[in-house]
Design a protein around this ligand. Structure first.
Ligand code: NAI
Ligand code: MG
Ligand code: MG
Ligand code: MG
Ligand code: ZN
Length: 501
C-alpha cells in the first residue's frame, strides 16, 4: 500500500470513528448508535454481552453474574468485560483459560475494550502477555486508534510504543524507536533517583565526552549496540565525577529496571574497556546509524541531553554557573536573584532545533528535486533541508528554504513523518512539497542554486530515483541510507508515483 492511499484510508477511517466507536456492540444505523451511545457514558463502555449464554442473569449494572453453567463463551465474555472495567485481578485469573485475542461479535478484543476506557494497566498486562496489538475490529480500527479517539493519551502512548507491524497509521523512522518509558514524573524525586542508581538491576550506558561506548551487535543486519553496565562495575565515585542522566524505565511498571546514561571525561574512560575489552568509544556520526534500532532510540535521547548539558554550562540570562537538576533534564542558575529562577523559563530545559526536510515534486508530478551539499560523499543526492526560524509555521519554512536554496516556488506542503536527528538535537519534520515552478534559479546572485549551501540541485525522473534507491544507477548515483528520513521520503514518493501510473 502506498503512503498516499494509506493516508486516505486513515482519513476515511477517522471520519468513521464517531459512528463506529460510540457503540462497539451495536450493529446498524447512526440513529441506532446515537440512541445506544446515550446509554453509554462518553467516558466508559462495557463489553457487549452478545456472546453470553446467560443473558438473563444480570445484576443492576448489566454485567453477567452467573457463569456456573461454564463454557468458553462465558469465560470469553467475562474476559472482555473485565478488560473494559479494568479489573486486573479477574483478567489475570482468566488469562490461562481464554484466547487472549478473543473477539466480540463486532471484532473487539480485550485490548480494544481496555483502550476504549483508558485502562492503561490492563493494556500493559495484555501486551506483556503477548496479545496482538495490530488486531482490527469489524470497522477496521486498532486498539491504538480507539484509545486516540477517546482521548486516552496515556493508553495511546503505551499502545504506540508497542507497534509491532507496519499496519499502523504512522511511519516510524530510525532514532524514533526508543522503547523506554521516560517516567518524567520521577525526575524531581532526587532520593528515588539516587536509590535507582544504586540498584543492581539498573542499567547504565556509557559515554566519554559524548562518544558512546559500543559493542558489536549480534543482529546480522546491524553493527553496534550499547555496552550495558551495572552500578558495581561503574562504582558510585565514577558516577559522582561524571554527568549522569535518567533515561527512563523499561516499562510503565514503576518497579521495572531504570536506565541511566553516564558521560565521563577521557581520563576516566578506561572503565569501558576494563569490563568490555572488545568495546570502543565511537564518534557518533555515522556509526550510530548502524545500531540496533531501539538502541539508536536510546542513544538519541542520551546524546541530545548530554550534548546540551555539556554546551550550556552557564546561565544564558545572567552568566552565572548552573547546576544540573531533574535527572539531567534541567539546569538551574545558581544566582538566586536571576530571573531564570522566577517562573518557568525555556533557558532551563534541553533545546531541540526543528528543521524541515522536503521532497519537492515537480508541477507535472513526474520528477523530484534532489540536491548535493558540498560535504556529501561523491554521487550522493538528498532532499533539501533547512532550520525553522522563529515565527514560522512548517509550511513557511518549507517554502522559504526551497526558494532560498533552489529558486523553486512551492505550493501545497504535505506532512509525511518526523525523525529525531541527535547531532546534537535536531527534529527533522519530513514533508512532500508540490512545486508551482520548475526553473532552478536562485534569488541570490548564483546561477542555479544557493552555492553557499548546495553544490548542485536538479530534477530526477521517478525511474532514475528508483535506480538510485536500488543501488543500480548507471553512473553510481545514490540516495542516503534507510536510516535517514530523506530515504523514506524519496522511497514513499517513488512507491506512490509508480502505483499511480
Ligand atoms: N536526517 C536526514 O535525512 C537529513 C538531515 N539533515 C539535517 O537537517 C539540518 C538542517 O539542514 P541545513 O540544510 O543544514 O539547514 P539550513 O538550510 O537552514 O542551513 C544551515 C545554516 O543555517 C544556519 N542555522 C540557522 N539555524 C540553525 C540552527 N538552529 N542550528 C544550526 N545552524 C542553523 C547556519 O548558518 C547553518 O549553516 C542539519 O542539521 C542537517 O544535518 C539534512 C539533510 C538530511
Ligand atoms: Mg537553507
Ligand atoms: Mg539547507
Ligand atoms: Mg536556513
Ligand atoms: Zn542566571
Amino acid at each position: 500500500m502506498t503512503l498516499f492511499s494509506r493516508t486516505l484510508r486513515c482519513q476515511a477511517a477517522f471520519r468513521r470513528f464517531p459512528v463506529e466507536l460510540s457503540s462497539p456492540g451495536a450493529p446498524g444505523t447512526f440513529n441506532n448508535i446515537r440512541k445506544l451511545s446515550q446509554t453509554f457514558s462518553r467516558t466508559s463502555c462495557r463489553a457487549p454481552v452478545e456472546a453470553v449464554a446467560v443473558r438473563g442473569k444480570m445484576n443492576n449494572n448489566n454485567y453477567p453474574l452467573d457463569y456456573s453453567r461454564g463454557g468458553i463463551k462465558e469465560f470469553n465474555q467475562r474476559f472482555l468485560d473485565s478488560a473494559a472495567r479494568g479489573d486486573l485481578a479477574e483478567i489475570s485469573g482468566l488469562l490461562g483459560a481464554v484466547d487472549i485475542n478473543v473477539k466480540s461479535e463486532r471484532g473487539w478484543t480485550a485490548l480494544m475494550f481496555a483502550a476504549r476506557n483508558g485502562q492503561t494497566h490492563v493494556i500493559s498486562i495484555l501486551i506483556e502477555r503477548g496479545c496482538d496489538v495490530n488486531c482490527l475490529n469489524a470497522s477496521g480500527q486498532t486498539a491504538l486508534e480507539i484509545a486516540r479517539f477517546w482521548n486516552h493519551s496515556e493508553a495511546a502512548s503505551v499502545l504506540s510504543q508497542h507497534k509491532q507491524g507496519v499496519e499502523f497509521d504512522q511511519i516510524h523512522n530510525y532514532f524514533s524507536l526508543n522503547p523506554l518509558y521516560r517516567a518524567s514524573e520521577m525526575r524531581k524525586d532526587t532520593a528515588g533517583l539516587q536509590a535507582a542508581k544504586n540498584n543492581m538491576s539498573t542499567k547504565f550506558v556509557l559515554f566519554s565526552d559524548q562518544k558512546p561506548f559500543l559493542l558489536r551487535s549480534e543482529e546480522p543486519s546491524r553493527k553496534y549496540k550499547f555496552a550495558v553496565f551495572n552500578i558495581n562495575q561503574l562504582g558510585t565515585e565514577l558516577l559522582e565525577r561524571g554527568t549522569v542522566i535518567f533515561l527512563g524505565l523499561e516499562t510503565w511498571d514503576p518497579d521495572s529496571n531504570a536506565w541511566f546514561a553516564v558521560d565521563i571525561k577521557e581520563e576516566l574512560s578506561d572503565i569501558g574497556p576494563k569490563f568490555f575489552p572488545e568495546g570502543k568509544y565511537a564518534t557518533p556520526f555515522p556509526v550510530t546509524m548502524q545500531m540496533e534500532p531501539t538502541q539508536a532510540g536510546i542513544f538519541a535521547e542520551a546524546h541530545s541531553v548530554l550534548c546540551w548539558l555539556d554546551k550550556y554550562k552557564f546561565c544564558s540570562t545572567c552568566g552565572s554557573a548552573t547546576k544540573i537538576a531533574e535527572g539531567g533534564y534541567k539546569r538551574v542558575c545558581q544566582n538566586w536573584e536571576c530571573s531564570s529562577n522566577k517562573g518557568v523559563q525555556n533557558t532551563c530545559y534541553p533545546r531541540v532545533d526543528p528543521s524541515l526536510i522536503m521532497l519537492v515534486v515537480s508541477p507535472d508530478k513526474k520528477d523530484c528535486l534532489l540536491g548535493r551539499q558540498k560535504r556529501f560523499p561523491p554521487k550522493m543526492y538528498s532532499c533539501l533541508a533547512g532550520f525553522m526560524e522563529p515565527g514560522e509555521c512548517l509550511e513557511d519554512t518549507c517554502r522559504r528554504e526551497v526558494e532560498e536554496e533552489s529558486g523553486i516556488k512551492v505550493g501545497r506542503v504535505d506532512y509525511h513523518s518526523s525523525q529525531p536527528w541527535p547531532f546534537p538535537a535536531v527534529l527533522m519534520l519530513g514533508c512532500i512539497a508540490y512545486a508551482r515552478t520548475s526553473a532552478l534559479k536562485c534569488s541570490k546572485p548564483y546561477p542555479q542554486v544557493d552555492t553557499s549551501e548546495l553544490e548542485e540541485a536538479r530534477w530526477f525522473s521517478r525511474a532514475e530515483v528508483a535506480q538510485m534507491l536500488a543501488g543500480q544507477h548507471p553512473h553510481g548515483l545514490y540516495v542516503p541510507p534507510g536510516e535517514a528520513i530523506a530515504h523514506q521520503l524519496i522511497k514513499s514518493w517513488v512507491a506512490s508515483s509508480f502505483s499511480n501510473l
